[in-house]
Ligand binder design. Sequence first.
Ligand SMILES: Cc1cc2nc3c(=O)[nH]c(=O)nc-3n(C[C@H](O)[C@H](O)[C@H](O)COP(=O)(O)OP(=O)(O)OC[C@H]3O[C@@H](n4cnc5c(N)ncnc54)[C@H](O)[C@@H]3O)c2cc1C
Length: 583
Amino acid sequence: MAGDGKQRRERLPQDAHFDVVIVGGGINGISVYRELSLQGVKVLLVEKEDFCSKASAALSRMIHGGLRYLENGEFALVRESLAERNRLLANAPHYVQPLVTTIPIFSRWSGLFYALFNFTGLMDKPSRRGALVIKLGLWFYDFFTRRDQRLPRHRFFSQSETAARWPQFDPAVACSADYYDAWISAPERLAMEVLSDTGEQSDSLACNYTELLSRDGQCFTLRDTLTGETVTVTADKLVNATGAWVDQTNDRLGLASGYLQGTKGSHIIVRHPELLAELDGHMVFYENPEGRVCILFPYYGNVLIGSTDIPVADLDAVTCTDEEIDYMLDSLKAVFPALVIQRQDIVYQFSGVRPLPSVKTSTTGQIPRSHALRVDSTQDDLVRLYSLIGGKWTTFRAFGEEVADQILSDMAHPRRISTAERPIGGGRDFPQTDIERKAFTKAAQANYGLSDARAEVLLQRYGTQCLAVMAYLADGEDAMLISLPDYSRRELMYLIEHEAVCRSLDLLQRRTSVAIEGRIDNSVLAEVTELVAATLGWNEQQTKQDLAESCRQLQRLHGLDISAEQVKHIWTTSFSGGNYVYQ
Ligand SMILES: Cc1cc2nc3c(=O)[nH]c(=O)nc-3n(C[C@H](O)[C@H](O)[C@H](O)COP(=O)(O)OP(=O)(O)OC[C@H]3O[C@@H](n4cnc5c(N)ncnc54)[C@H](O)[C@@H]3O)c2cc1C
């Protein structure tokens, strides 16, 4: 199961030596960690917050080729992304699934000159793409995947066909196109599974809530961001996978670099049954009049809408602003003019910073989305630094492989294992058909005494690794949570004990999908914080500190109406003796 045994902060010993230190536990750092560990390299990964909590948790949740990147001339990136999309469909079928996508098209010709001249610099402001440009893009999509045609080819629909299928579209829509990409239901969970895929004999270690502070020769000072304690480790190779923070991190290491720029992107999750019904499982990929692409698709019974693309200076202060929400809701009116979506329909919101290469362009949409590796030596020539520039979620494996190959070559260390066809976590032996699925849940039911419905939920949540969860559930008394009746106490205890949970929000936002489902309220926070506190043995002060931090983040970053006072009130009225033992 994700996280088994290799991600405990307290195991980090003073003055330990590693072959490679990776700084940054987003998906790209995690990918390099997996690639190197599987080859027998001893790696330390440190992440100053929780694993997969910054850009890697702020994605639009698409695993995609990047249709839009074609007009920026990024053909190699699209080809690579489509190949990686197909690999993820095969290697992580428990979390990555096909997504049929509809593009409403407003004209036949527009956008053609922009698409042709953008990368020659003759035209630099996008406009709405017409049918011809979109047809060209979709033709490339199909062409790139012709040898591994895992998903159906694109189709065009006339105005009348479009109106029949999409009665709520603006009548100005001239036609539409359908094509296939993929979506990811639990990127944070998949990241934990990649992190734990190190091979059985690995000496590698991954520590969340551990920040790289500074370097002295080959000695790195790390700080536990929960306790403030520091420790030093040594290595002569350091991978800087700190995403938008790459230049700041290089600065701490004594290297002046100007590799990165960040653009902020925000998303909202709305609870809107009419919009959900209209989508009927489709993603709609649409443009506002100035040519900026937005998306919306069903996500856990709600609708995910995004995203913006705005330059940012302060990487640590990004939030989804009122202006961004207005922008997203307004641009939606261009496609669905009659649907009224209001602010009170928003049940969750989130933002992140895209780590993009530092290149001057007229609009943020034109900044290349491809990834690159920069190799430097520190001035004293004692450490080789590998800086990761850019990198989509979709391409994490290919990027991790490229970085690892460079390091392996520098170490003259052979590659033993390829990850290209390697199933990830609960994607291994995942049942493919309804019959296989039923057989799987029947067997689980027989072995662990669970109902069909519960076995199916656990399979959906954890893939085939649900067997480890089921064995744990069967090993002690259990009860369903009152505030989250589809989760049991032992299920969450399993995640807390085995997946490096250090804070309540690690559990609610990243080990489960409770947060993004828009289900956090005061009762959920009270019950889950109590459970985390009891499982990790926190005292009252630690529990209250955790609660205060959860409330601060949920209010500021996710727009939730959560109150520490309310949570404490629930504790005092629902818990006995003030010791957080739930009755
Ligand atoms: C709005 C938005 C939408 C996106 N949509 C998609 C999409 O649909 N599909 C797709 O494929 N991609 C998408 N992306 C791109 C993708 O999410 C990112 O490019 C990718 O997650 C970057 O991962 P990373 O590991 O490089 O960076 P991050 O996830 O940001 O990780 C870097 C980590 O370094 C840590 N760190 C920084 N400094 C230190 C230090 N000193 N010590 C220790 N740790 C440190 C940070 O805390 C952070 O966790 C999107 C990105 C955004 C922002």
